[in-house]
Design a binder for this molecule. Structure first.
Ligand code: IMP
Ligand code: MG
Length: 189
């Protein structure tokens, strides 16, 4: 039977990744985050805004851990292209469809790296006068030169290395891995 190991080996023959956060640990943390959001929004009907493409797996799992009335919408922005390093420029590829004035928004990100994307989305969304705006990210990279962008809910703080799986891609692939894998420093790791 094919498993995640086969997929990793097939697609990334010479790229070196190792397991970083297991599927079980991700699910455990997603549950905790969901419970916290459910508590914070118990008298509201928030709109979860998934940031395409990377956050769709996290968003799908997260909302099923938040037993309150809620709505879903999506934004698509680009910053990375197909590379491992951000281009430094953010552009809007798909705007929100719903009316957000007076609503409570929770933007759901897979990972925050430089903070540029968050900064861009904050400005974009606040211009449409929501009642409140919060950000959740599954992963937060620890980077010295990151933009100081306040994030309300963080799943895991991680080192400044490239990660894949659970929605996160490398050249658009490997999003379908259940666990999160991190780039190895050297071959012997
Ligand atoms: P930022 O604007 O630099 O904070 O970049 C955030 C976006 O870059 C995320 O939403 C991801 O799509 C992408 N990204 C950043 N780091 C990684 C990574 O390690 N693996 C895959 N995608 C990443
Ligand atoms: Mg993204």
């Amino acid at each position: 039977m094919r498993d995640e190991k086969n997929l990793l080996q097939d697609v990334l023959k010479k790229q070196n990744f190792k397991i970083f956060i297991s599927a079980e640990n991700i699910q455990k943390r997603v549950k905790e985050l969901g419970q916290q959001i459910a508590e914070d929004y118990k008298d509201r009907v928030p709109i979860f805004v998934g940031v395409l493409n990377g956050s769709f797996v996290f968003l799908a799992d997260l909302i099923r851990e938040v037993p309150v009335d809620c709505e879903i919408d999506f934004l698509k922005i680009s910053s990375y292209g197909d590379e491992k390093i951000s281009s430094g420029k953010v552009s809007l590829l798909k705007a929100l469809d719903c009316e957000i004035e007076g609503r409570d928004l929770i933007v759901v990100e897979d990972i925050v790296d430089s903070g540029l994307s968050i900064q861009y989305m904050r400005k974009l969304i606040l211009a449409q006068n929501p009642r409140s705006l919060k950000f959740i990210t599954l992963l937060l990279k620890k980077r010295d030169n990151a933009i100081a962008a306040p994030i309300d809910y963080v799943g895991f703080k991680i080192p400044d290395k490239f990660v894949i799986g659970y929605g996160l891609d490398y050249k658009q692939k490997l999003r379908n891995l259940r666990a999160i894998y991190i780039e190895k420093e050297n071959e012997s790791e």
